[in-house]
Every structure is written in structure tokens, then in C-alpha cells.
Design a binder for this molecule. Sequence first.
Ligand code: PSU
Ligand code: MN
Length: 301
Amino acid sequence: MYEEFLEIKPEVQKALDEGIPVIALESTIISHGMPYPKNVQTALAVEKVIRDGGAMPATIGIIEGKIKIGLTEDEVEFMAKATDVMKVSRRDFPLVIAEKGNGATTVAGTMIAAHMAGIKLFVTGGIGGVHRGAGESFDISADLEELKMTDVTVICAGAKSILDIGCTLEYLETAGVPVITCGGDEFPAFYSRKSGFPADCRIDDPAKIAKLLKAKESLGLRGGVLVACPINPEDEIPYEKMDGVIQAALKECEEAGVKGKKITPFILSKVKDLTEGKSLEANIKLVLHNAEIGTKIAINM
Ligand code: PSU
Ligand code: MN
């Protein structure tokens, strides 16, 4: 079965065997989400937060057709620099494996690989969702479908307002995905603490979130859970400011004729330029913050 394509790093395997909580991390954020060398520095800093908190990080990526559960530092560096790294969501696995290619896993891709390896928690920055104008474009991230069916909890900072946050939340409700906000009364908009959408379920205590996750498991309910953590106030870019930037980035994306899976990386890079790098700094801070919360949940599981 899929075991022949999995390569679990020895320290990750040891943690799994000994019952030490393991937290998955994605690689699209490294290869397509942030520029070099901040991508490497961030990936390694996030791993350190998790280790320091008493859990084991496993950054997931695909190298020469092998699904690596836990990248070494050299492999992180490779994912950060190589130019032939595919962005791998659910539908891209067969191709990248068959061609023995390199792939950076998205939220959906990382959930799939984490689940294969028996990892239940996954920390990232933001998820993909329903894009603005999806009624016409049909652009809805495969991340949402994955949350519907794969038993992995995703700890993030919400959804960027390049997405239609209201539609994204409706989609998750229909898909039966519990959405928990940890540390704020609104579902967060990635760079901003507020989105205009109140949190349906706010739980600030990581131990209580862990209890909810265990209850879901005991009930045998399939699918993921989304934990959304608002960025710390000192690191945020206010929603009103970000909204203008995002409108401008979306317009450039449309004018450039960018389509499909290239849209999210294109917009991220435009937003970074338009904010003179402030969005990147916020992005780094929020991932580290998510890793802190994810680790606290993990050690209570
Ligand atoms: N949001 C970010 N940085 C990212 C992504 C989202 O701030 O790198 C990536 C994640 O890997 C997510 C993917 O799963 O983009 C969603 O892409 P798409 O919209 O093409 O499904
Ligand atoms: Mn898309």
C-alpha cells in the first residue's frame, strides 16, 4: 500500500512509537508561500517552538517521489530553493509519485500525508478556501474538501481576506467541520484579528480544545477540525488596511491572467510587495504563534 512511498524520519518514528505528540507542518508555505531565506528560517523556527514545547515536529514534503514525514534541515533548504517543486494537493499525488518528482504539500496534501503516517495535528499559517467571486470562477480550494474527509486537526490563523471568508465558513459548516476560534471573538482573517464574522465556537484553553478533539474521535466522526488563532495584536495588520491591499493584488492577478493553483502564491507575493514586506513579517509571526498553541493542544492529547 502507501507505506512503500512513505519515508518517516527516525526521530519522528520514535516519537510516534513512544506516544510523544507529533505535529505535521506543510511545505507549500516554504516553496511557494515565502521568499528565500525567510522561508527556511521560519520553517526551522517553527520546528523549534514545537520541540521546546515538548512535541515533535514533522515537516512534510515530497522528494524524488518519496513522501517524507519529517524533513531534515538540508531537505528544508532544498524545498526552499529548488525551482522544480510542484504544489501538491490531493489530485497531484499520483503524478508526483509516479514521476518521482519533488512536491511541496498544501494544507490538503499535508493532511493526507499526515493521516497516512498516523499524525493527528497539523500547524500552518492559513488555509485555502472559497475565493471571492467563486460563484463565477468556481475557485474553491481543495483544502476544504480535505477538511471534510480527513481526520487531521489544522491549527491556523484563519483565512486570508483574498478569500470570501463568509462563504468559506458556510462551506465548512455544510461539510461538518468543527471550527474553533482560540483567543478572539471573531474568526480571524490571517493578517488581522478581525474578519467581521463572529466566532461560532470560542475556546481559549488548549486543554479544552484537546478534550473536544478526543470527544470527536470517540464519537467516530470522520473529517478534520479547524482551530483558528487570531494573530497577536502587536503583530497584526488591521483589516481595513489589508482589504485595500488585497483588492489591488486581486486586480493585478486578474490583469495578469493568472489562473488555478498559481493564484494563491501570486497574490501572496503581490501582497508582500504592496505592504513592503509587512505582510511577510506578520505571516512569520502568526505561524510561530499557531505553533505555540498547537503544541499546547498536542501535549494535552
Ligand atoms: N495561505 C498562505 N500561505 C500559503 C498558502 C495559503 O498564507 O502558502 C498555501 C497553503 O499550502 C494552502 C494553499 O493549502 O496555499 C491553498 O492553495 P489553493 O488556494 O490553490 O488551494
Ligand atoms: Mn484554487
